[in-house]
Design a protein around this ligand. Structure first.
Ligand code: SF4
Length: 595
């Protein structure tokens, strides 16, 4: 198979050096094999931390007849070459792209252009070749809303890779030399769930200019059903390790997929439904796949795992001499074994996500955490040896007022009241970094009906101006920054409201945005200018009100979640009512389970 199991620090080009320091890469001969390019449209550092990207890489390379090589967004001035063999993109008739975040949509257009490939699918030759490859796109951003990318893509794979990737790839390889582009994508869409060939579906707009539907050929499904893995015997885990990845040499293992908590702002909690916890045996089997010298394991899905399971895993990792690492954890999930493991793990920094600034807002977003949970967690973490606490907060949430922001400042005050005495005793105070992010109303969540940066519920068609909303968010940021300034060892980081607004536009966008992305990629112009040139506005995408009768760009995807359920949850948020977490054994409220 030619898979690199050992590392050695090599010399030579940057590409060769990266390769030499990796574990898990496949170096396969090309003779007699079908080449596939796998692109992550961001840097090596970011892409190599994506478990989904790694999984596709391994699944493709485990097929004897395929050779899959990775491409990442190169630095300015660097060539776009595959990591494994340094080949150009035009040597790959099949291109797979994994997209996790909206801000990488622009990079999709950029990479295709830099690789010498016509970025729009309609401009690529009907006969598939290296110069005119078949572009297949997947990843979590595409099963949230694939539409802004649709004109660049021949085929989307909507959902999780494991159930369909092998069959779909076999079909594409078989047909790529004998059929034309549209025949191939139509054929594969007829055969396999999760396949969405955007060229075969046309968006239909109403007289008011709002999207009213997609027309589909009669022989294809009207909506594309997401595919997902029901269960597994070995939990998904890292396939590649690199010291240059964002999670440097951290071996990730899933505890499950999705999340049962039902936080109303979180798209992952909806588009990965039903929430699935892998069995203890499957998780142990996943962790057991780590390299012998792995000393740090990161668990994904800790929000969902119950306390007993976390304790078992904590004990197991402790006995195996493995440190546990995680980026964020639920403040109400800190048990003694977990804290003991943490204390011995040399982990100095942990994030807690209150998300909502106040107790009331945490009810609106259905976070299921109260102030005491957060304060107690901070205290216990610092007592266990943590020197750096990160707190995630959002501004611009539905119903938010300045009073909610004041409560965030009081929360930090109370946390400091508990953790500073611990810090003084050990001679080093804990630093707090408050990461403030503007809330983006994402597709497939109850807040999909809500306008970006607006507190109140707008009527259908009513909108706020971009300037008004951005100024309001800037003022909120200023208020919080001033409030936190009074505290020593408290730092604030935040995003820029204008940039996040564009993220919201992309998250909620339709195909018209592809021209905006293309102009940005070709001319290097800012998004506002590119939108203006296309006669599009922020207001029409992200700053107006919707109701439950609306058809959205993402309605083309079928997650089995009823729109009426999301609307009800939206109304419950405004009524200050919480909803129970998922109980997949008996619940059928959203439409996903027992349908
Ligand atoms: S039907 Fe109930 S348990 Fe199943 S995903 Fe929906 S809310 Fe969760």
């Amino acid at each position: 198979m030619g898979r690199q199991k050992k590392t050695s620090v090599g010399v030579g080009s940057g590409r060769q050096l990266l390769l030499n320091q990796e574990k898990g890469s496949f170096l396969k001969k090309w003779t007699g094999r079908q080449p596939i390019a796998l692109i992550y449209p961001n840097s090596y550092r970011v892409g190599m931390s994506s478990l989904g990207f790694q999984l596709v890489y391994a699944l493709l390379n485990e097929q004897e007849t395929l050779v899959c090589e990775r491409f990442f967004l190169p630095e300015k001035g660097d060539d776009l070459l595959s990591v494994e063999s340094g080949r150009e993109l035009t040597q790959f008739p099949l291109i797979f792209i994994s997209v996790s975040f909206e801000h990488d949509y622009l990079h999709v257009a950029e990479i295709l252009i830099r690789g010498g490939i016509a970025p729009l699918a309609k401009d690529r030759d009907t006969q598939v070749s290296g110069q005119a490859p078949l572009v297949v796109c997947g990843g979590v951003a595409t099963f949230m809303n694939p539409e802004p990318l649709a004109p660049f893509v021949d085929l989307f794979l909507i959902g999780e890779a494991e159930p369909v990737l092998e069959n779909v790839t076999d079909y594409l390889v078989l047909k790529s030399t004998v059929a034309d582009r549209l025949e191939i994508v139509k054929g594969v869409s007829e055969r396999y769930e999760g396949c969405y060939a955007p060229a075969l579906y046309n968006p239909v707009y109403g007289k008011d200019g709002r999207l009213a539907g997609h027309s589909a050929p009669p022989e294809l499904a009207g909506r594309i059903k997401k595919v997902f893995q029901q269960q597994c015997t070995t939990a998904a885990h890292s396939q590649l390790l690199s010291p240059h990845a964002e999670f440097s040499n951290l071996f990730l293992t899933e505890l499950g997929r999705g999340c049962s908590r039902g936080c109303r702002f979180c798209a992952a909690g909806y588009i990965y439904r039903p929430p699935r916890l892998w069995s203890g045996d499957a998780v142990a089997a996943g962790i057991a796949e780590r390299w012998e010298d792995t000393d740090r394991v990161g668990l994904l899905g800790m929000e969902m795992a119950d306390a007993a399971e976390l304790d078992t895993l904590s004990n197991y990792l402790g006995e195996s001499g493995c440190a546990l690492s995680f980026s964020s954890l639920r403040a109400d999930r800190l048990s003694k074994p977990l804290l003991d493991l943490l204390a011995g793990s040399n982990l100095k920094s942990v994030a807690i996500a209150p998300d909502g600034c106040s107790e009331r807002l945490r009810i609106v977003i259905n976070k299921g955490l109260d102030e005491q949970d957060i304060i107690r967690a901070a205290e216990r973490l610092v007592a266990a040896g943590i020197y750096k606490l990160k707190l995630y907060l959002m501004i611009g949430l539905p119903t938010e007022t300045e009073k909610d922001l004041e409560e965030a400042i009081q929360l930090v005050d109370r946390i400091k009241g508990k953790i500073d005495p611990i810090g003084r005793l050990r001679g080093r105070l804990c630093e707090i970094t408050i990461s403030i992010n503007c809330f983006v109303p994402k597709p497939w969540t109850p807040f999909q009906f809500h306008a970006f940066g607006v507190s109140e519920q707008l009527e259908k068609g009513e909108y706020k101006s971009r300037q008004e909303v951005v100024n309001r968010l800037k003022n909120r940021l200023k208020f919080l920054k001033n409030g936190f300034k009074a505290y020593a060892n408290v730092h604030v980081s935040h995003d820029k409201p204008d940039n996040v607004l564009f993220q919201a536009i992309l998250a909620r966008g339709d195909r018209k945005l592809a021209e905006v992305l293309l102009e940005m990629a070709v001319y290097g112009i800012p998004w506002k200018q590119a939108m203006k040139r296309q006669g599009l506005t922020a207001e029409q995408y992200a700053l107006c009100g919707y109701d439950d009768s609306d058809y959205f760009p993402w309605s083309i995807i079928d997650h089995s979640i009823k729109q009426s359920y999301l609307w009800r949850e939206y109304q419950r948020a405004f009524a200050g009512k919480t909803s129970d977490p998922c109980d997949t054994k008996k619940c059928r409220v959203c439409g996903v389970c027992h349908g």
